[in-house]
Write a protein that binds this ligand. Structure first.
Ligand code: GSH
Length: 206
């Protein structure tokens, strides 16, 4: 059976759990990271020397990096669907997955940490506002992309949507003002009709 380590309020863990839930695979999840600890133990570091979550164990095959986990599981269990066979459609999904990690997550980090994980008296308003401004521009980019298609890689739900869903759920639920993004909002509402998305993402933003 698949084993996964990571706390559920991490968007990187949520991506992996969402992929597993979409695929309907049996799995065991162990809370790890922040208040749960575990991720700095010698046993955990032997699996994942980064000391970060998530980490997957598929029958002895250990994998870390959330996007790699999503790609691996979708390729193994859903080639031609969640893992598109068409090279260009797959590259499109890959592109948005990498953008999520390298660009959107980096931009949103300070705003999220400041507004959600920092008490009001300790917040750095300048850093939060800069982060929200950057995120707003990036969400507008995603919104323009989704104006032309139902899902991030075209007309079908794919691993690209799985990776973007947790961070966009966080964005739409963070305690801050947001510019309208009607196409991204329509896409998000469609995703939230999926039982796996409801199961994994309907959590307070913490
Ligand atoms: N690029 C890595 C980043 C992993 C990462 O930064 N994980 C965070 C949670 S989102 C973490 O482990 N933080 C330390 C902790 O939770 O104790 C991935 O996508 O898996």
């Amino acid at each position: 059976m698949l084993k996964l380590w990571g706390r559920l309020n991490s968007i990187n863990v949520q991506k992996a759990v969402l992929a597993i839930e979409e695929l309907g695979l049996p799995y065991e999840r162990t809370d790890a990271g922040l208040q749960f600890g575990v991720n700095k133990s010698p046993e955990y570091l032997a699996m994942n020397p980064n000391g970060l979550v998530p980490t997957l164990d598929d029958d002895g095959f250990i994998l870390w990096e959330s996007n790699a986990i999503v790609r691996y599981l979708c390729a193994k269990h859903s080639a031609g669907a969640l893992w598109p066979e068409d090279l260009q459609i797959r590259a499109d999904a890959d592109r948005w997955m990498d953008w999520q990690t390298a660009t959107l997550s980096s931009a949103m980090g300070a705003g999220f940490m400041g507004l959600v994980r920092t008490p009001p008296e300790k917040r750095d308003a300048e850093a939060i506002n800069a982060s929200l401004a950057k995120t707003t521009k990036l969400v507008a980019m995603l919104d323009a992309h989704l104006a032309q298609r139902d899902y991030v890689a075209g007309e079908s739900y794919s691993m690209g949507d799985i990776v973007l869903a947790p961070i966009m759920h966080r964005w739409f639920n963070m305690p801050c003002a947001r510019a309208e993004s009607p196409h991204a909002e329509r896409w998000y509402a469609t995703l939230m009709e999926r039982p796996a998305c409801v199961r994994v993402l309907t959590l307070p933003i913490t």
